[in-house]
Design a protein around this ligand. Structure first.
Ligand code: MN
Length: 292
């Protein structure tokens, strides 16, 4: 087994607002080297690094909008998010929880800070990833998986230096909580200073790390600070992460789908015709109904 080396360390791009509730750095596909094709099946990654939201009686967020052709995965680190969609899915997630929404053939949804949390305000930190679906599953039924932290697979080193929450895929035979359409692994890894985590993924899986807290050294060759993204090369399988201070990182690794990606706004399809069809279907109310 060969070493999977570091391809690049990517600094957080300038933030922008999504609605009025999410102040995000768009890594995929805006940042250098992180095209949708390069990170396939992860076709979008918005990272709301720690940001203080003032108390607000009206929850901030994004109103009713459509999605088709993929899944939205929201990972909460601080603060609470509330979600509702036109297929009847909905829920509230807080620190350490994940919501995994399969838009597939199409949903309308809205995403806001949870009402009670919003009344007090506070530090908000989360990730939203868009996981693409293969052509054969883009017309599947919408689905909502609310993945509370306690439902995730748990793995730790006996000396308590490394704790892993397995959101999807598996680690050392321990399975993650999410059902996925294509093979992938997604973890939150917490490490104390000096902790070392060895990981191994197939060479061709697109693999990356996002440093949520603290800082790390990868393969003893590259250092990455808080809010930085580590793109791993497709040149081997094994790599190791050392915590240079107490740290938390998001790990993602997925088998590329390798189909054409034609994306605009809230839709991710395979062809221009399918994209036009999505807009037409949205205009004609074919995504169902969801109240404001
Ligand atoms: Mn959305």
């Amino acid at each position: 087994m060969r070493v999977k080396s570091v391809e690049s360390i990517v600094s957080p791009p300038s933030p922008h607002f999504v609605g009025d509730g999410f102040r995000v750095h768009n890594f995929i596909p805006s940042a250098r080297g992180l095209s949708r094709e390069r990170m396939d099946p992860f076709v979008m990654l918005d990272y709301n690094s720690k940001f203080y939201f003032e108390a607000s009686a009206t929850p901030k967020g994004v109103g009713v909008h459509p999605h088709r052709g993929f899944e939205t995965v929201t990972i909460a680190y601080q603060g609470k998010v509330e979600h509702h969609d036109s297929s009847g899915g909905g829920g509230i997630i807080g620190e350490g929880d994940v919501q995994w929404m399969t838009a597939a053939r199409g949903v309308l949804h809205k995403e806001f800070h949870e009402k009670e949390w919003s009344k007090n305000g506070g530090i908000f930190q989360m990730v939203q990833l868009w996981v693409n679906l293969p052509a054969k599953d883009k017309r599947a039924s919408p689905k909502y998986q609310s993945i509370e932290n306690k439902k995730m697979g748990k793995w730790q080193l006996p000396d308590n230096s490394v704790f892993v929450d397995i959101i999807a895929g598996e680690l050392h035979g321990i399975k993650g909580a999410a059902d996925t359409f294509t093979p992938m692994h997604m973890y939150n890894v917490k490490m104390i200073k000096g902790g070392i985590c060895d990981l191994s993924f197939p060479k061709h899986y697109n693999t990356a790390l996002l440093v949520i807290e603290g800082s790390i050294s990868v393969n003893s060759t590259h250092e990455a600070l808080t809010d930085h993204f580590v793109l791993m090369a497709n040149d081997g399988e094994n790599f190791h992460i050392e915590a240079t201070e107490e740290t938390k990182i998001l790990v993602m690794s997925g088998e590329p789908i390798r189909e054409p990606i034609v994306s605009y706004g809230p839709f991710v399809m395979n062809t221009e015709e399918e994209l036009q069809q999505a807009y037409e279907d949205f205009r004609n109310g074919k995504f169902g109904h969801l109240a404001d």
